[in-house]
Design a protein around this ligand. Structure first.
Ligand SMILES: *Cc1c(COP(=O)(O)O)cnc(C)c1O
Length: 429
């Protein structure tokens, strides 16, 4: 298997266009499958609203990335992007493990697998969470401050345990631009690079802590594969220098998540093949052979195989602007409002119209704003857009929001206004 993976990686690095074309045709097959599913879900007299996830496409997409990664690299899934049990079950056989940020997430993972490796990060971990992490056999705890390190040492000491940790570092920067920045600037995350010498001085007193390397998660939604390789290269050089200076083994370097999704131009996604190719030389040049490079990605893994479908309930004009009101809204799908972007969608025309009264519609090319049912002007899914494919939109058609599988349902305020929840459909052959 090693050989065939290596051969495949080499072939892909020689022919990135072919790889991209294969990815995009797989994505198109998934789109078609979901469209057919949504049409089947449509029932007369009942406005449709559903999340549909193509679990086969999910496993294929993530499996492709895992196979492309060089040896000594492990891919974890950051489950906060989408922690639905079906998604975890589909990914468990494909990834090396899961990254979690609370005891609740540890428990969700353990419901799916008793022994899959877990990484546990996030600021402000409580004693109960740290204890739970030890009890559930978490492989590595990412420590966010000196106080947390002392708390964990004390707790481990009382249990007679030794705990493996990575120190999460907030680098000085400057770091590349991305949609969200957790490091390279003031945030609640990680140990300030300038405080690291002080933390290292304290370590010999913390006898129940085993420091196995460093953790970085500095940005989210980076779209540039080449820049992401450079960022990882910087992490590797920093970590290697740290290991040499302080005489610690660098067993793990966790380069975080942050691979992006191009919501504005779906056909221009992060170049996974280029990224994997670039990583191979980083590993060779900037990491000692005993180090395992970890990634913990969320968005890039689950976004593309998730869809949010919402039926058009009304079409109207107000102060010269067109509005399309759908069944659902940001209480199901908060991502566009959280990021202040227009989320990409397509119109699925539904031709049946069983009513005696007229069917409101907008002609092709008429720009409109897509809103939900909430009583707030912030309930906007897309602003002033023209539908793709030059189609109009009618009451009773369905809007299909694509790339909705990460940070969609998971970050939404489901019960605001007490509307019903969407259906959740999982496609699996
Ligand atoms: C959210 C998070 C991730 C995943 O980030 P993505 O941008 O979804 O890849 C990874 N690591 C940590 C510590 C996180 O908080």
């Amino acid at each position: 298997m090693e050989t065939s993976d290596a051969q495949r990686r080499e072939a892909e690095s020689r022919n990135p266009e072919q790889t991209a074309a294969r990815d995009s045709s797989a994505q198109q097959r998934s789109d078609a499958r979901v469209r057919a599913c949504v049409r089947e879900l449509k029932r007369p007299g009942e406005p449709l609203c559903a999340y549909v996830r193509d679990l086969d496409r999910l496993a294929e997409h993530v499996g492709d990335l895992v196979r492309r990664l060089p040896a000594r690299t492990e891919l974890f899934y950051a489950i906060k992007a989408n922690s639905e049990q079906e998604v975890l079950r589909a990914l468990a056989p494909v990834v090396h493990g899961f990254e979690v940020a609370s005891l609740g997430e540890v428990e969700k993972v353990r419901e799916v697998s008793a022994d899959i490796p877990i990484l546990f990060g996030g600021p402000g971990k409580t004693e109960a969470e740290l204890e739970g992490a030890i009890r559930h056999g978490v492989r590595l705890i990412h420590v966010e401050s000196l106080h947390e390190l002392r708390k964990l040492d004390d707790l481990a000491g009382r249990r007679g345990a030794a705990v493996s940790v990575l120190l999460r570092i907030n680098l000085k920067g400057p770091l590349p631009q991305a949609t969200l920045a957790m490091g390279g600037r003031p945030t609640q995350f990680g140990i300030d690079e300038s405080l690291l010498p002080h933390v290292m001085e304290q370590l010999p007193k913390l006898t129940h802590i085993r420091v196995e390397g460093l953790h970085f998660h500095s940005l989210s939604n980076n779209l540039d594969a080449e820049q992401h390789v450079k960022l990882v290269d910087y992490y590797c050089r920093f970590a290697q220098e740290w290991a040499q200076r302080y005489g610690y083994p660098l067993r793990y370097l966790n380069a975080g998540g942050g691979i992006g999704v191009h919501y504005a131009q779906l056909e221009r996604q992060f170049d996974g093949a280029l990224f994997a190719g670039g990583l191979a030389s980083v590993l060779e040049q900037a990491l000692p052979p005993e180090t395992t490079l970890l990634f913990e990605c969320g968005r890039y893994l689950t976004a593309s195989s998730g869809y949010y479908a919402a039926e058009v309930l009304d079409v109207k004009s107000n102060h010269g602007r067109n509005y399309v009101v759908v069944r659902g809204g940001t209480h199901h799908f908060r991502l566009p409002s959280s990021w202040q972007h227009s989320h990409p969608f397509e119109v699925l025309p539904i031709d049946e119209w069983p009513h005696a009264y007229g069917r409101p519609e907008l002609p092709p090319n008429a720009p409109y704003t897509v809103v939900g049912q909430l009583c707030t002007p912030k309930d906007v899914l897309a602003s002033d857009v023209s539908a793709a494919e030059n189609v109009g939109v009618r009451v009773g058609d369905v809007l299909l929001f694509r790339y909705a599988g990460a940070y969609g349902w998971a970050i939404s305020h489901h019960d605001f206004l007490s509307h019903p929840h969407p259906e959740h459909v999982y496609l699996r052959e």
